[in-house]
Design a protein around this ligand. Structure first.
Ligand code: AMP
Length: 219
């Protein structure tokens, strides 16, 4: 199963992607995570990407397409993958179609998680992320059991640089202008499914699983 999670920053793509990847036994491919790792390690890729990310802008298409092409050559993606945060522009979606075709694979479904701008701001200004395993929390809506520490691995929780109000507003603008047109792109292919993302994590998960025909297993 190859699945794309579409939706604005803070819509729950990362959270739902982790759950789905675990349940389906396929990797979650997050271009944001890959880029943040490169920034942390100070690689040439990271150095190029950092300025864009800090401003809430998109990293150029050719860079992220290259990342995806390389990632899809790894064996663990043969059975499928959950794409989280990619594609984000029409040229990225077209490139993904070409790469998948070359590999004899196809995108089975695109889940569009809908959330309003106001809710995105509320969620992201309170979001905390684990430095070690990437698990996500919210200081009010989904706090960790011990303040500042990850429930899953005990790692330190931090606020992403781009989860600051001004940058969030930029990321939202970029999403509405450059990524939202992908809804039409996938709608025309007949594989888009819209999900209301302002429900609880469990409810959103249940709706996605029902749509994928894997409901009922302790969702
Ligand atoms: P995310 O973790 O998905 O919110 O991504 C964080 C940042 O990484 C974005 O604001 C972009 O600067 C960059 N980024 C991640 N994925 C992409 C992509 N598919 N295309 C361009 N830039 C991306």
């Amino acid at each position: 199963m190859n699945l794309i999670l579409l939706g604005p920053p803070g819509s729950g793509k990362g959270t739902q992607g982790r759950k789905l990847a675990e349940r389906l036994g396929i990797p979650q491919i997050s271009t944001g995570d890959i880029l943040r790792e490169a920034v942390r390690e100070g690689t040439p890729l990271g150095m190029k990407a950092k300025a864009y990310m800090d401003q809430g802008k998109l990293v150029p298409d050719e860079i992220v397409i290259g990342i995806i092409r390389e990632r899809l050559e790894a064996k663990d993606t043969k059975k499928g993958a959950i794409f989280d945060g990619f594609p984000r522009t029409v040229p990225q979606a077209e490139a993904l179609d070409r790469i998948m075709e070359e590999l004899g694979r196809k995108i089975d479904a695109v889940i569009d998680i809908e959330v309003s701008d106001e809710e995105v701001l509320r969620r992201l200004t309170g979001r905390r992320t684990c430095r070690d395993c990437g698990a996500m929390y919210h200081v009010v809506f989904n706090p960790p059991k011990k303040e500042g520490l990850c429930d899953v691995c005990g790692g330190e929780l931090y606020q992403r640089d781009d989860d600051k109000e001004e940058t969030i507003k930029n990321r939202l603008r970029v999403y509405r202008e450059q990524t939202e047109p992908l809804e039409t792109y996938y709608e025309q292919k007949g594989i888009l499914r819209r999900v209301k993302g302002e429900a609880s994590i469990e409810e959103v998960e249940k709706e996605i699983l029902e749509f994928l025909g894997i409901e009922g297993r302790d969702a």
